[in-house]
Design a protein around this ligand. Structure first.
Ligand SMILES: [Zn+2]
Length: 369
């Protein structure tokens, strides 16, 4: 496929997605299109029902203000904010909030740029709404019995965006180095992808086909060192650590990248061999032994594809929120509009400061679906 026809199909894909989301918005507006219906819907799902009472005298006779966001008590004339003290405390754009949650509940793929265009809201508003809702889903993930933990280093191939946590003048994946306390802090362990590469230039991972990175010239020093140490004889990670003088945590990122790109194979979760040429075209992560690792490998590959096609790249800082997004997207039994709203209702208020302070831990949680 030439780059031109590739670019054309990308554009066609984007146009199709836009047309689809436009239809979704029309459908949404036909259901909730009355000025106050968005808030009514939020309130209904959040258990306030019709019985909302005055915060001062307990009277149930409230008259909506013009915005519909508060009621004036007909007895004591005090104003009660309907969303005060809830997850939706002080929200200004109930339509944008409900539409975002509704799209997530429908299992749609969308990003902040889509919301900006569809709802004519600021990109930062769209980002904040998405991240606040994902915070709730990520929190719920911790309580789920299927949750597993994985080194955030497995997900480096999805990370292309800088965040406030990215060290100055470094590739966004350098956040991982900081998290894992690499010594010495050099560029040697980063993936060799230009940070500004447009999405169409990124090597796409796909099962059963060669990946974009197949030339050993593109490997980092740490990756080259691992390749030089491995042979057909399985080597345990402890031995690799001893020879490279690195910790298992710091090696796991490089090992996963090498495995995803077909340079090495894991025999068990802890032993590795150099990949034979014949197997270079098979996604080696799926050849890994052990059910958990198979499950993890499939989730990692699926997640990276999801992130690259939908968000181009994410920052390491918000990795866990996007893992929650991927779970919500895939797990159609667990996440409907109603169940997301209910989870929001159970959850404390998430502030903008909470979002800024959010940092994914070195071991991130995910639900393999
Ligand atoms: Zn009152």
């Amino acid at each position: 496929m030439t780059s031109m026809s590739n670019a054309k199909s990308k554009k066609e894909e984007a146009d199709l997605k836009m047309a689809h989301l436009d239809l979704r918005l029309q459908e949404f507006d036909s259901i909730y299109g009355k000025p106050r219906a968005y808030l009514d819907e939020l309130r209904r799902y959040m258990g306030f029902g019709e019985g909302f009472k005055c915060k001062t005298c307990g009277c149930a006779d409230l008259e909506n203000t013009s915005s519909g966001r508060a009621g004036i008590c007909r007895l004591c004339k005090d104003q009660t904010w309907y969303t005060a003290g809830t997850f939706f405390h002080r929200i200004r754009k109930p339509r944008a909030w409900l539409f975002t949650i509704w799209l997530m509940g429908m299992g749609e793929r969308f990003n902040a740029c889509d919301l900006k265009r569809l709802l004519s809201i600021a990109h930062s508003t769209a980002q904040t709404i998405i991240k606040k809702v994902l915070t709730v889903i990520a929190e719920d993930m911790q309580q789920d019995s299927r949750v597993i933990e994985a080194s955030s280093g497995h997900f480096l191939a999805a990370i292309y965006k800088r965040s406030r946590k990215t060290p100055a003048d470094e590739h966004p994946t350098a956040e991982q180095d900081e998290m894992e306390d690499f010594t010495p802090p050099t560029n040697s362990t980063q993936i060799q992808v230009p940070p500004s590469a447009p999405a169409t230039c990124l090597p796409m991972l796909s099962l059963g086909s060669p990946t974009g990175m197949t030339d050993s010239a593109e490997l980092s020093e740490a990756e080259k060192e691992i390749v030089s140490l491995l042979s057909n004889t399985p080597m345990h990670i402890d031995e690799l650590c001893k020879r490279t003088r690195k910790s298992p945590q710091s090696l796991s990122a490089a090992l996963m990248i090498l495995e995803l790109n077909g340079f090495i194979e894991s025999i068990t979760s802890d032993t590795f061999v150099l990949a034979s040429g014949a197997k270079r075209n098979i996604s080696p992560v799926l050849l890994a032994c052990g059910k958990d690792l198979d499950l993890l490998g499939a989730s990692v590959v699926g997640f990276i594809e999801y992130v690259r096609s939908e968000f181009r790249g994410i920052s390491r800082k918000y990795l866990e929120l996007y893992l929650a997004s991927y779970w919500c997207f895939l797990d159609r039994k667990r996440w409907s509009t109603k169940s997301i709203l209910k989870a929001c209702d159970r959850f404390r208020n998430v502030t903008y400061e909470d979002i800024l302070a959010f940092v994914s831990p070195p071991m991130v949680s995910l639900i393999p679906v």
